[in-house]
Design a protein around this ligand. Structure first.
Ligand code: ADP
Ligand code: MG
Length: 225
């Protein structure tokens, strides 16, 4: 019975995803069609319409590329990775985006933490969470990445100084297409959770005492297979 329940839950997630995709793609398509018809009719504000059309196409582009990531047969390519090094790579990757908003990303922790993982998947996890942290912050400040080993579990805290996640929506994070952003895809946390799941890990979202939120990743250090 347990297994049956798990299976039917998975089905509904796939159904939810399909409905979401249809919806997310149909809206920009409808709008594109409308603007094309206006242009066909020979209206004035052409430049403005072109810009809206480009925006709509970019939205569909973002959604489809994230969906491609999900639909890729996730063959795990696991190896022993140095976690601080991997995190450092991601911080370097996101540096331009952070600098633009005067945000400094700092990392701190035990420098010899090793993790058996699929490097590109775990990098994607840090990219998704750090990007959200940057996007959440309206003012200059710090994002802290702190990692440590607790018993056999690696804990990684990513703390931002944004407004925090409101209690009313905290349970919705990770639902496909749930976003509060104008041009968000609402797929980042879902993908993150999926990857962590494949590594026997977990994601926890917490409020900081002063301001912002902490996204806590936990991963078993000894995960093999
Ligand atoms: P997207 O970033 O495209 O909106 P995500 O799945 O990455 O999709 O995030 C879903 C939602 O979770 C965001 O729209 C935002 O409302 C919320 N969220 C995620 N990270 C943070 C954060 N660090 N601070 C506040 N809210 C966040
Ligand atoms: Mg995101």
């Amino acid at each position: 019975a347990e297994e049956m329940m798990i299976r039917s839950e998975k089905m509904s997630v796939a159904g939810q995803l399909a409905a979401g995709i249809a919806h997310e793609i149909r809206n920009p398509l409808t709008s594109l069609k409308g603007f094309l018809q206006l242009l066909q009719a020979g209206v004035n504000r052409k430049e403005e319409y072109y810009q809206i059309m480009v925006d709509e196409i970019e939205k569909m582009e973002a959604i489809t590329s994230e969906l491609l990531f999900i639909s890729k047969p996730m063959t795990d390519n696991k190896d022993w990775e140095n976690l601080p090094e991997l995190i450092d790579d991601v911080i370097t990757l996101l540096h331009p985006q952070a600098k633009l908003k005067n945000i400094t990303i700092v990392q701190e922790g035990e420098d010899r933490l090793r993790l058996n993982c699929d490097r590109s998947q775990i990098k994607q996890v840090f990219i998704n969470i750090l990007k959200n942290a940057i996007e959440a912050m309206d003012n200059p400040g710090h994002i802290k990445v702190f990692y440590c080993l607790q018993e056999q579990t690696i804990l990684i805290d990513i703390m931002d100084e944004g407004p925090g996640v409101p209690d009313e929506i905290i349970h919705k994070l990770g639902e496909p297409f749930f976003t509060t952003k104008e041009s968000g895809t609402g797929l980042g946390i879902m993908i993150t959770k999926q990857i962590l799941d494949r590594h026997g890990g977990d994601l926890q979202i917490m409020h900081n005492r002063d301001k912002g939120s902490t996204f806590r990743i936990s991963l078993p250090q000894s995960e093999t297979s």
